[in-house]
Design a protein around this ligand. Structure first.
Ligand code: ARG
Length: 566
């Protein structure tokens, strides 16, 4: 596809000698609306060398620049040189590229097959998989897809919280009050009850905490009973989590969770010791981070048991050795900002030059209308319930509006789940938000179903118009404003994907495809397609195909399906 920004830079380069191409490109701006052109070059920087006022420079240069094939107009407004892209060239390059690259349109090979690890979701075993987990799950999923689309070799990791003192608690509680049959029936809820009960009882009787510590120690020492219980709890929990992953169509390359690193910790502790980083503090071992303005990293407790942070350090070292990653990405809530800063600093202090290839991608908090989520107090909304309710509401809507639809069940799942995922990926990831059933189940406005529906509409047009990609098309037929606006958005899709990659921000893609869908519907309403005369009809169907393709690719990068009919 023609890179018009580069062409702007080239034109400037012909008439300005003391800036290089890169400098020029970095100065090029996108005007606030198309009446002012597609690109603008501000002349302030040239004032010194030209020894003239910027608006005079702009005026003189805009006359000097040769217009060539790529632009239809170059004019100056004040200190700016505005470039208007040739609509014919734009249309041709966009529609030809999409016809040629199809679902790969927007992909590149900037990754050069380098390995990127994306760790996401990572719920805690025996705890509810709740609405708070949706963010890491769907943001991580989308980030992985975007990296893969740009030519990286990606590995999807689920760092399960399957280790730590809470397992001591669970084992102790199970041994006191647990009933295997009851738990098997409804694992997470029953385990949660045990966990809550244990915490309540421990408020009254401190000695319970010692029991929990004892059982965790036993687990670390490989006590058979403890191991068996732990394995059982892990298995039944994972089975529950997989229900959600199945609904979301998410798979992993590895579920190596915290427990996987339990035998890799002695080495890390030794290494920290050898490198002189470990300090005694009240019987515990810490890495002092005061010089870096952070509280110490607590590596080993006084009873010898290791901690969450120790496992993260061990995991990062293991991952580097095992995968030799180019980047090791963690999609984890912003509440853990300090935790990540701390352990990445420890890796740095250990002398690993790849420390900062470990990147923490934080996101904001989800709270409930009646306060924060709290597992201990049992104030949670299960993710599975949210997804299932969304599927149910979608089913009702389908029954109402399109009862004869084929594969109703499948489409209801794709649209219901898509609605939740889309909403989740619509806003900047760092923003906090309050979960509301009402908003979640309303499909009006800029939503997943709206975009999916647009895709289905495009598909039906292509079917009715018996569209064939191989047909000869004359793109010059396309000149209506609503056509050109849609084409501009398609042209900018690859850029939106790259922005999403660079900023680890899937919402660039989400928002872009909403704009594409809106522009498509505007075009659909103002330009007759199937009833147009032959040449125009062909060109318009090509545009429909291009829009459908981009919407589908965009949705798939977000982990959302695009049914052909709905
Ligand atoms: N299991 C943790 C939690 O639910 C998240 C794990 C994040 N990943 C990590 N490598 N620390 O809070």
């Amino acid at each position: 596809m023609i890179d018009f920004k580069k062409e702007v830079a080239n034109s400037i380069l012909q008439v300005v000698k003391d800036l290089n191409e890169e400098e020029i490109e970095s100065l090029i701006e996108i005007p606030p609306n198309y009446d002012m052109g597609d690109y603008a070059f501000p002349c302030f920087r040239l004032a010194k060398t030209f020894r003239k006022a910027p608006n005079i420079i702009a005026e003189e240069l805009s006359k000097k620049i040769e217009i060539g094939d790529y632009f239809e107009k170059i004019e100056n407004v004040g200190p700016y040189i505005n470039f208007f892209i040739s609509k014919a060239k734009l249309t041709e390059t966009v529609l030809e590229s999409i016809a040629e690259e199809k679902e790969k349109f927007g992909s590149t090979n900037i990754g050069k097959n380098r390995t990127v690890l994306v760790e996401f979701s990572s719920p805690n075993i025996a705890k509810p998989f709740h609405i708070g987990h949706i963010r890491t799950t769907v943001i991580g999923n989308a980030i992985e897809k975007v990296f893969k689309f740009q030519g990286f070799k990606t590995v999807r990791l689920n760092h399960l919280g399957d280790y730590g003192t809470q397992f001591g608690m669970l084992i102790a509680a199970y041994k006191k009050w647990g009933d295997m049959k009851v738990i098997e029936e409804d694992p997470i809820n029953e385990l949660l009850k045990l966990y809550v009960k244990f915490n309540e009882e421990a408020e009254k009787d401190e000695s319970l905490r010692d029991e929990a510590r004892h059982w965790f120690k036993e687990l670390e020492n490989g006590n058979e009973e403890a191991l068996e219980l732990w394995q059982w709890i892990r298995d039944i929990s994972l089975k529950e989590f997989n229900k959600v992953y199945d609904l979301l169509n998410i798979q992993y390359d590895s579920y190596a969770g915290e427990s996987f690193y339990s035998d890799k910790m002695p080495r890390v502790i030794e290494e920290l010791e050898e490198k002189g980083l470990l300090k005694e503090s009240q019987g515990a071992s810490i890495v002092d981070l005061e010089p870096y303005g952070m509280p110490p990293a607590l590596i080993k407790k006084s009873d010898g048991s290791t901690l969450y942070i120790t496992r993260d350090i061990a995991a990062a070292i293991y991952r580097k050795e095992h995968y030799d990653f180019y980047k090791n990405i963690y999609v984890v809530a912003s509440q853990q900002n300090l935790h990540f800063k701390q352990w990445i600093k420890v890796i740095d202090l250990m002398g690993y030059d790849w420390a900062y290839d470990c990147v923490h991608i934080p996101f904001g908090m989800v709270s409930l209308e009646d306060g924060t989520l709290s597992t201990r107090q049992g104030r949670v909304v299960f993710l599975e319930d949210v997804l299932n309710k969304a599927i149910e509401s979608t089913k009702k809507i389908i029954e109402d509006r399109n009862p004869d639809l084929e594969n109703k069940e499948e489409v209801a799942k794709q649209v219901g789940v898509g609605a939740i995922v889309f909403q989740e990926l619509f806003n900047n990831r760092i923003k906090d938000y309050v979960f509301s059933w009402e908003r979640t189940l309303s499909f009006e406005g800029e939503t997943g179903p709206y975009v999916q529906y647009t895709h289905a509409r495009a598909n039906s047009l292509l079917e009715k118009g018996e569209f064939k990609l191989e047909d000869e098309v004359d793109y010059r037929f396309l000149k209506e404003e609503d056509e050109i606006n849609l084409i501009r958005l398609l042209y900018n899709f690859p850029k939106a994907v790259l922005d999403a990659l660079e900023k680890y921000e899937p919402s660039f893609v989400t928002r872009h495809i909403v704009e594409v869908a809106k522009a498509f519907n505007k075009f659909y309403n103002s330009c007759p397609i199937l009833s147009a005369e032959e040449g125009l009809k062909k060109a318009r169907l090509n545009l429909v195909y291009a829009a459908k393709t981009v919407i589908k690719t965009g949705l798939s990068l977000l982990g959302i399906e695009a049914p052909n009919k709905m």
